[in-house]
Design a protein around this ligand. Sequence first.
Ligand SMILES: NC(=O)c1ccc[n+]([C@@H]2O[C@H](COP(=O)([O-])OP(=O)(O)OC[C@H]3O[C@@H](n4cnc5c(N)ncnc54)[C@H](OP(=O)(O)O)[C@@H]3O)[C@@H](O)[C@H]2O)c1
Length: 345
Amino acid sequence: MTTHKAIIQLEASGPLSVTHLGPHALNDHQILVKVEAVALNPGEQKMIDLGLRSTYPYVPGADLCGTVVEIGSAVKQFNIGDRIISLQMTPDTERSGALQDFVVAEADLSAKVPDHYTPIEACTLPVVLLTNFAAFYTMRWRFPFESHEKLDEPILVWGGGSGVGQAAISLLKLSGYTSIITTAAIKREKYLKSLGASFVVDYKDEECLDKINHFLADRPLMKAIDTISSAESSSSVMQLVAPGGQVAYVLPVPDLAKRSEVQSEAVFCGMFHDNSKSNAELRKFGAEKIWPMIQRILASKDYPLQPQLVLEGNSDDILERVTKGFDIVRKASADGKKVVIPWQK
Ligand SMILES: NC(=O)c1ccc[n+]([C@@H]2O[C@H](COP(=O)([O-])OP(=O)(O)OC[C@H]3O[C@@H](n4cnc5c(N)ncnc54)[C@H](OP(=O)(O)O)[C@@H]3O)[C@@H](O)[C@H]2O)c1
């Protein structure tokens, strides 16, 4: 195999450009994947804009769907030709960053995509699922498929219109929650209710907090996930949660938005993907529990995928499409859709 095309950032906060990388070598537990579709996320956009990496060059791209073209000698779960999704989260982004023709993925942190999903659909899943699972794990909330028993305690998803928020509602429903409160643009009410929300209120409504308290009536709110985690959203969520309750944030929030009687934790989608020895237990949990659960979600034909904003094109205009895609992510102007770059043409 010769070298292949990749999108790269050569230095902190510098422009993206096209380069050629590879060929990539595999260890015994890895797979080489021909990339078919990549979903773009605010995390990568912030890395690009804010120069947050400890090393450069940086090849962005975390949400991947592609076809296995080579397998390490110890890999048992995949065959050449299988279509997979993975979360590409290793520090070595020149081999793992998804925005390139061929990437190296960890076999035990990947899942096989059934034929009922296209690559464009399937690539929307890893980041949003794993962010929520990081919250469920950290807060010891019930995972999907764990029990058939319903949970009628109220739970709040602040930011149900975001990609992470939509997935939070769908996953909480799969876990058995029947009283899911969410905040979003009110035009999303019908859609978010179809995912499993019981009560939708517009976060721009001046009476938003009062309306949520009215819905709660005398039930204390003990669990919340703030999928926006801005100064504004975190302050609102903290006003709603009862003493002894829990709030999962998706970004670090200012101390001002914390209360000593409420457990608040910032969670990270790469939580189960750290290959360092100090995180061996978490990685094992990722391989043995989290990715099989993602496999089960993929197998169930009825998991509601986030709608996609697809930036079609070909290999020649790939830099323009990726640049445009990150601009949409930067402005949060995808209107509830996941920005997806189809890769191979
Ligand atoms: N910790 C991690 O590992 C991790 C992983 C993924 C994402 N994140 C972070 O999570 C955040 C969301 O990411 P995403 O990809 O889900 O974003 P996204 O899909 O781009 O979210 C955009 C949507 O957020 C909603 N929104 C904006 N401000 C809001 C507010 N004050 N209250 C309620 N909703 C608001 C809007 O929904 P409406 O259209 O309904 O108004 C907007 O359409 C980002 O900050 C991202 O960096 C963290």
